[in-house]
Design a protein around this ligand. Structure first.
Ligand SMILES: [Mn+2]
Length: 179
């Protein structure tokens, strides 16, 4: 069983850092983080992951957008949560000095150097994001998002069989939004 105390510590830390931020559907940002953590918790139970690995994956799920979207730095995470979590969150953060296309490739390369517990958070993130696209997205953006999801799955599918299967069904369901 994963540690509820570690879950709460990470959730509270992330909730404070993300503050008033909203998802593209205008929900409090923390709903995105808990959805990703929920996918990871479910997968960790289905896959009978050991406790330490489950705690790592769940904590990183709750913190996965914190470097990219808030003032929190790698060093802050390192001192609060330790090196494995700091490295994991860092690998899930885009390098904004690169072009959009390079960002995805760079991020996948960083993730492939990380353990499966970190890679599976990226699958859970994309599963959560394969909901009905926001009204502001045009056809090309939707098409590219679908294509990118297939790329993520092909690169990271070995990390967790359960999440890979789930992302695969999300990808086929998402076809209805492609015009
Ligand atoms: Mn995310």
């Amino acid at each position: 069983m994963f540690s509820q105390e570690k879950y709460l510590k990470a959730l509270n830390f992330a909730a404070i850092a993300h503050g008033d931020q909203k998802t593209p559907n205008n929900l409090p940002y923390v709903t995105h983080l808990t959805n990703v953590a929920m996918e990871v918790i479910h997968a960790s139970i289905e896959s009978k992951m050991d406790d330490a690995k489950a705690d790592l994956a769940i904590t990183v799920a709750l913190l996965h957008d914190i470097i990219e979207d808030t003032k929190i730095t790698y060093d802050d995470i390192y001192s609060e949560f330790g090196i494995d979590i700091a490295e994991g969150v860092d690998a899930l953060s885009k390098d904004k000095t690169l072009s959009k296309k390079e960002q995805m490739e760079d991020s996948i390369n960083n993730l492939l150097a990380q353990p499966y517990e970190i890679q599976m958070v990226k699958l859970a993130d994309r599963i959560t994001n394969m909901q009905k696209p926001p009204k502001t997205w045009d056809g090309e953006k939707i098409y590219n998002y679908h294509k990118e999801a297939k790329f993520i799955l092909s690169c990271l599918k070995n990390s967790n069989a359960f999440l890979s299967q789930r992302l695969e069904s999300k990808i086929s369901e998402y076809r209805v939004y492609i015009k």
